[in-house]
Design a protein around this ligand. Structure first.
Ligand code: LLP
Length: 421
């Protein structure tokens, strides 16, 4: 359930007509509902209320500091993958003891920053990374809290680009090698072993792959215990899918029930890193029709492109597109395309849509996750505004970039001449 609903054929976000925001901030823009974000976080977090747990929002899915603060106010932490995300999480006021740091390519500089900040733990993905952490922790005179990301070789049954838990993927330490790595880590003076972690993929629409990996992790944790290595934190990553079209992903309750059942006799704090399930359906991309064109095919040319929402081009992902002002018009099949100079620049292809004309507003639904956060300046397009609705009010949580911001940091070396030709 989300708070983008029609009232008298006009699309509202909570109690505010979407068109009102469009008039105020221009298009395109991302629009989020505080009520939906709150409800999604609460439903997810409450599903685990009966066991010690920490919900660390995957910052990469939607990194705006207002959204991070909203989750922090509800008790949430952060799953970060870069120093930039650490900076965001801290700027949003997230308690460092609620921050976990994942990623295969953390640099020494990033590791140092995370250690200095005093985060809960680093999810280590290789022995070489462990060596760097040991060096950095020794230099700072502290003990680095770590967990190792284990690759359980489980098929998440999702898009190949976002499957991460198969042996052939670049992620984690193969489960067969993990014991050796833990034993080696145990001997390092500046390392404290806290946990075991895994993340097998994103947009999972079944519970079974999660359970399958949990079963493997449990027997691995038992092996660790036999060696005298006690685990206090088990991080199961993120990955719970959402409905974009006709998918039927499990509700957080069903997901939590399956995990809790499997966890029953394990004495540790569960960490979860949900991204998409919290924000995906809590955000939309609003765009305006610029032109329509009919030849061999019908095209609706809008002012948002693949630089603003990459998912359709990158993963062939489906996003429902709705008219902001709904009328009883005939429907036609059309491609919704952006202004970018690539045929791959589309938001929808061969989609049954209402007849629209220049100036109409369209809502690209379920764009809250990996929407703005994956946007770019390609074709020198300033990144769009982000707006958060709360009741019948709205807040600009990220101003639209300007032309000046596009060339910020660029310079023309003197040998190219002081003035243009
Ligand atoms: N934890 C780790 C270590 C991750 O790599 C990810 C996502 C998450 C948590 C959050 O997963 P979620 O709950 O959102 O599924 N750009 C793609 C998705 C990439 C996911 C990357 N990792 C897309 O637009 O579908």
């Amino acid at each position: 359930m989300h708070d983008f609903q029609y009232k008298n054929n006009t699309l509202y976000c909570e109690d505010l007509p979407v068109a009102t925001v469009a008039e105020a901030v221009g298009t395109p823009f991302y629009l989020y509902s505080a009520a939906t974000l709150t409800r999604h976080f609460t439903a997810f977090d409450r599903a685990f209320a009966s066991i010690p747990h920490l919900t660390c929002f995957a910052v990469k899915s939607c990194a705006n500091i207002a959204i991070l603060r909203l989750f922090a106010n509800l008790g949430g932490g952060a799953d970060i993958v870069s120093e930039g995300e650490l900076f965001r999480a801290r700027a949003a006021g997230i308690d460092p003891q609620k921050i976990v740091y994942s990623g295969v390519g953390k640099t020494a500089v990033e590791i140092r920053a995370a250690l200095k900040a005093g985060i809960l733990m680093l999810n280590v993905e290789s022995e070489q990374e462990l060596a760097v952490i040991q060096t950095e922790a020794a230099a700072l005179g502290l003990k680095a809290p770590v967990s190792f990301r284990v690759n359980p070789d489980v098929d998440p049954r999702t898009h190949a680009y976002i499957s991460t838990g198969l042996a052939k993927n670049k992620f984690g330490i193969p489960i067969g090698d993990a014991l050796r790595v833990y034993l080696a880590a145990q001997k390092l003076p500046n390392i404290t072993i806290k946990g075991v972690s895994c993340h097998i993929g994103s947009q999972l629409i079944q519970v079974s792959p999660f359970v399958e990996s949990l079963v493997k992790l449990k027997s691995f944790i038992a092996q660790l215990a036999e060696q005298g290595i006690a685990i206090t934190h088990l991080d199961l990553g993120g990955g719970l899918g959402i409905r974009y079209n006709d998918e039927e992903p499990p509700e957080p309750d069903e997901y939590a029930r399956a995990i809790k059942m499997e966890l029953a006799d394990l004495d540790c704090t569960l960490i979860l890193e949900p991204g998409r399930v919290l924000v995906g359906n809590a955000g939309v991309l609003i765009t305006k029709v610029l032109y329509t064109k009919e030849g061999l095919k019908k095209f609706i040319i809008v002012d948002a492109g693949m630089n603003d929402l990459a998912r359709p081009s990158l993963y062939n992902a489906f996003h429902l597109i709705q008219a902001v002002e709904r009328q009883d018009q005939e429907q036609t099949v059309a491609d919704v395309v952006g202004p970018i100079c690539e045929t791959g620049d589309f938001l929808a292809r061969e989609r049954l849509l209402p007849q629209v004309t220049a100036g109409d507003l369209l809502a690209v639904m379920s764009a809250g996750a990996y929407g703005f956060s994956m946007s770019s300046n390609y074709n020198s397009r300033p990144r769009v505004a982000e707006v958060l609705v709360h009741g019948d009010g709205f807040h600009l949580i990220r101003a639209r970039e300007t032309k000046e911001s596009l060339i910020q940091g660029e310079s023309i070396p003197e040998f190219l001449g002081k003035h243009g030709a």
